[in-house]
Design a protein around this ligand. Structure first.
Ligand code: SF4
Ligand code: SF4
Length: 302
């Protein structure tokens, strides 16, 4: 048994902004909603989402013997998260301007586990960040970090939605678990719905990935429908720029998430003339390598 207070303090000390703890259990309501979304075909060519649905919504099936999930979030809000000048045709989602969070957050989670092991030496754990079928946003809601905004992202009262999530699944019980937040939410706001260039935000707070620029510029190589990318060449933050919670959120504090690429120095001509070597030396540590230079170039002007 570990004390919740120990976990919260340790998570903050390794650099997370928000943390909550939930029991490892089946998330039935969330799984049913996800299955409905799949049945409607909104996942488009992201076929991997059809696999491991049971595991995705029950950490015990993903990690045998797990008893608790520590859900952590860290802000990457930077000046580039506020938006681009009108007409910019080389826009990049701001999370992609920093070092790849897969590496950074895994390191932070391992640090967190090491600190928890000082209190529970036999504790076994697995660390995840967008790296396994695990319903991260649903767990974050259950852990009281925030709510699912109309744009389907986790929105938090203090840090908005420019956050990255990581989870530590542990085989220890915790003395006290967190609960979802009360009395917060999007209210009457529909700014993100109105700002989405392609109408990809559905009434049920899900995203039609056929029409989502973020999916199209990074993941959906085989897509045939023609949509405008609205100047985005990697990811899309349009539905986050307008969110009032992001407009009042503080800048990130964790130096791991300092931008290492300045998108305002990279116009279309610079992207077109850049060599692979230049790309790798500039962006080799960022998530942009997921798409690669050629793919990013092909997104320009679409
Ligand atoms: S990421 Fe962009 S395209 Fe996708 S839902 Fe948000 S605004 Fe729309
Ligand atoms: S823009 Fe408004 S509706 Fe959209 S997520 Fe933010 S608060 Fe919710």
């Amino acid at each position: 048994m570990i004390a919740r207070k120990v976990i919260i303090n340790a998570a903050h000390s390794v650099g997370f902004d928000l943390v909550g703890v939930v029991p490892a259990q089946s998330l039935d309501v969330e799984r049913n909603m996800f299955n409905t979304w799949l049945l409607r075909g909104r996942h488009s060519t992201l076929g991997y989402l059809e696999r491991n649905v049971e595991k995705r919504f029950d950490a015990r099936l993903l990690v045998e013997g797990s008893r608790s999930v520590v859900v952590c979030a860290v802000s990457y809000m930077s000046p580039f998260s506020r938006g681009y000048v009108e007409g910019c045709c080389t826009k990049i989602a701001s999370y992609a301007l920093a070092r790849d969070y897969h590496t950074t957050i895994k390191e932070m989670l391992r640090d967190l586990a090491a600190r928890l092991k000082e209190h529970a030496p036999d504790m076994q754990f697995r660390a995840f960040t967008d790296s396994a079928p695990l319903a991260e946003k649903s767990l974050a809601v259950r852990a009281g970090l925030g709510w699912i905004g109309r744009n389907s992202l986790l929105v938090t009262p203090e840090y908005g939605s420019m956050l990255l999530l990581g989870e530590l699944v542990i085989d220890e019980a915790v003395d006290e678990y967190d609960s979802p937040l009360d009395a917060v939410g999007c209210g009457e706001c529909r700014r993100c719905v109105e700002a989405c260039p392609n109408g990809a935000i559905m009434d049920d707070r899900s995203i039609d990935t056929h029409r989502c620029i973020s999916c199209r510029t990074i993941e959906r190589e085989g897509a045939t429908e023609s949509i405008s990318l609205d100047g985005w060449i990697f990811g899309c933050d349009a539905c986050q720029h307008v969110c009032p919670y992001n407009q009042k959120a503080p800048m990130h504090r964790n130096r791991y998430f300092d931008p290492i690429v300045d998108p305002t120095m990279l116009d279309a001509e610079r992207w077109t003339t850049m060599t692979e070597q230049e790309f790798n030396s500039m962006a080799g540590d960022t998530p942009m390598t997921r798409a690669g230079l050629e793919r990013i170039r092909r997104n320009i002007g679409k």
